[in-house]
Design a protein around this ligand. Structure first.
Ligand SMILES: Cc1cc2nc3c(=O)[nH]c(=O)nc-3n(C[C@H](O)[C@H](O)[C@H](O)COP(=O)(O)O)c2cc1C
Length: 229
């Protein structure tokens, strides 16, 4: 039996972590090549991430929210749409993130594109998408995902896996494949309107490129600044 003080491979993990580092050799990101808006720049990088970025889910992003007292929480969600109006994801409005965003709309989105030595960080405010937009997206979801949105009171404690499966089975019996599933009133989109968008490109010797767009106060254009790595 293992005793305190025994040295195992598992104990060695923290030491290995300290020496784990990659040397980034990627091409840099310079001011002249940046697009005029962060949306165009995001579109360029997203296309690269989605085609040859070596990423399993390039649209997976870490959404960080904070409650009314400023206590943060994070989770991964999928980006489902972006354009000049902002970045959209869908979730349960009664979930922790949903409740936090209703109380405090300030939010951060982080795209961890590690295989490309890139990350994009969007900071801004979130507001609910309109019901028509939500319904249009809901209709594109597979039947099973539509039922899942009804079956789960996201973020609340569930008694058991069986309880969850039973809730799903009940819904599947009520709405068989081919039958239209109504859009749950507690479910929908958030659109994040950016105030800043930072594009981070890993470079050699930790001298990374960080170019950050900030929206002008009057809504007229973007300022770009280089941040120290
Ligand atoms: C790759 C990935 C994608 C996810 N996409 C979503 C999503 O689009 N919407 C969502 O509500 N939860 C998504 N989740 C689940 C969330 O991470 C989280 O568990 C859930 O939204 C509850 O978060 P909350 O309790 O902090 O509100 C995803 C998780 C992973 C790992």
């Amino acid at each position: 039996m293992r005793q305190d003080g025994d040295v195992t491979d598992r104990d060695a993990i923290p030491l290995a972590l300290a020496s784990m580092r990659k040397q980034y050799r990627a091409e840099g990101l310079s001011e002249p090549e940046l697009a005029a808006t962060p949306f165009e720049q995001f579109a360029r990088w997203f296309k690269q991430a989605a085609t040859d970025g070596g990423l399993f889910e390039p649209n997976a992003m870490v959404v960080s929210t904070a409650d009314a007292e400023g206590r943060p929480s994070s989770r991964t969600v999928l980006l489902k749409h972006f354009d000049e109006r902002g970045f959209v994801f869908y979730t349960n409005y009664g979930s922790r993130k949903g409740r936090e965003l209703d109380a405090n709309p300030y939010v951060s989105l982080l795209f961890p594109w590690h295989p490309m030595a890139r990350q994009v960080i969007v900071r801004g405010t979130a507001r609910r998408t309109g019901r028509d937009e939500t319904a249009a997206y809901f209709r594109t979801r597979p039947h099973g995902s539509q039922l899942g949105a009804w079956a789960s009171a996201q973020s609340s404690v569930v008694g058991s896996r069986d309880e969850l499966d039973a809730a799903y089975a009940g819904l599947a019996a009520r709405y068989p494949e081919g039958e239209q599933v109504p859009v749950p009133p507690h479910w929908g989109g958030f659109r994040v309107v950016p105030r800043t968008v930072e594009f981070w490109q890993g470079r050699e010797n930790r001298l990374h490129d960080r170019l950050c767009y900030t929206a002008a106060e009057d809504g007229g254009g973007w300022r770009v600044e280089r941040l120290s790595p």
